[in-house]
Write a protein that binds this ligand. Structure first.
Ligand code: AMP
Ligand code: TRP
Length: 329
């Protein structure tokens, strides 16, 4: 069975974008792949987080993973800092990455260009840690949203470079981008990604949002004045986004949804989308509360970390031997 790995960085509450672009796919993949999923808590602190908020977001992320259907028996689920090899291989990867490569990473470049102050060294080198996260497990596939593709491509380059320098060591991973729902846009500004870092939260649906608010956000989603239900991403990005959300959650083709609503007003379509989203979220929220109440999270993470370490730690040993860092015989 091929191995698949992904991480989520819960610097805020998880969103519908995270669910459609990442979480939901992981759940489907567990049938066909050996799934390794972790909470990337080290990646969270590349920017300051309030400690109490961070702890709550990490716990909620685990609970939501489980609530969305990730099965700790079939998949390995753990917290990044519980497996020390990540930080250590992250440093080794940083020593095999050129500054030019990191300067080209758009996520970093965008922030630098916007003149963001107090950018940390951790933020700059985080693609190296992400490469370590992936390479420790010889993952074949890395399911990510569009925005993370470049980081997986860097990981491929680093793996190949290492293999050339030190001999075959790492599996070269492939990014896996879902066709529909790879980039859910903000409901209030469909030119931007739906993101937890949005200033107003009108455009972003959080998985733990009150369902009444969810409905309100969808009903007031920005559309256009064209007034025709059709697929025109460029001129009707808001409408396109709503259809994409519905399509992702129902597995219906976007064209079929358009056919169903042809000639009708946007209001009807919005009600349809709101119904679908709320129905899905109601199930997730119910399970989320059951999981939090059952207090099983700590045990699940402990077992996950043991299983992850059993793969990652020997890999790190091999790497250290190849580089010549070990003086054991
Ligand atoms: P982030 O929340 O940005 O750390 O992303 C975690 C995962 O969810 C990554 O695989 C992202 O690509 C994915 N993701 C985040 N926001 C969206 C979105 N609006 N649409 C689709 N996927 C997303
Ligand atoms: N960088 C990813 C994000 O911001 C999270 C992440 C960290 C990740 N390590 C990873 C994703 C390894 C996939 C594989 O969303």
């Amino acid at each position: 069975m091929k191995r698949m790995l992904s991480g989520i960085k819960p610097t805020g509450q998880l969103t519908l974008g995270n669910y459609i672009g990442a979480l939901r796919n992981f759940v489907n993949y567990q049938d066909d792949y050996e799934m390794i999923v972790f909470i990337a808590n080290l990646h969270c602190i590349t920017e300051y987080q309030d400690p109490a908020d961070l702890k709550k977001n990490l716990t909620d992320a685990v609970a939501l993973y489980l609530a969305c259907g990730l099965d700790p028996k079939r998949s390995v689920i753990f917290l990044q800092t519980d497996v020390h090899s990540h930080a250590e291989l992250g440093y080794i990867m940083a020593c095999n990455t050129y500054l030019g490569e990191l300067n080209r990473m758009t996520q970093f470049k965008d922030k630098a260009q916007k003149g963001e102050k107090n950018m940390t060294a951790g933020l700059y080198t985080y693609p190296c840690l992400m490469a370590a996260d992936i390479l420790l497990y010889d993952a074949n596939y890395v399911p990510v949203g569009e925005d993370q593709k470049q980081h997986v491509e860097l990981t491929r380059d680093l793996a190949q470079r290492f293999n050339n320098k030190y001999g075959e060591t790492f599996v070269v991973p492939e990014p896996l981008i879902a066709k529909v729902g790879a980039r859910i846009m903000s409901l209030s500004d469909p030119s931007k990604k739906m993101s937890k870092s949005e200033e107003t939260n009108k455009g972003c649906i959080y998985l733990l949002d009150d369902l009444k608010d969810v409905r309100k956000k969808i009903m007031s989603a920005v559309t256009d004045s064209i007034g025709i239900i059709q697929l025109d991403k460029e001129n009707q990005p808001g409408l396109y986004n709503l259809i994409e959300i519905a399509s992702a959650l129902t597995n219906k083709a976007m064209e079929d949804i358009v056919k169903e609503f042809e000639g009708q007003g946007y209001g009807k379509l919005k009600v349809y989308v709101a119904d679908i989203v709320c129905e899905e979220m109601e199930k997730i929220q119910k399970r989320y509360h059951e999981i939090i109440d059952s207090r099983q999270i700590e045990n699940i993470l402990k077992e996950g970390a043991q299983r992850a370490s059993a793969i990652a730690d020997p890999k790190l040993e091999t790497v250290k031997k190849k580089i010549g860092l070990e003086i054991k015989y």
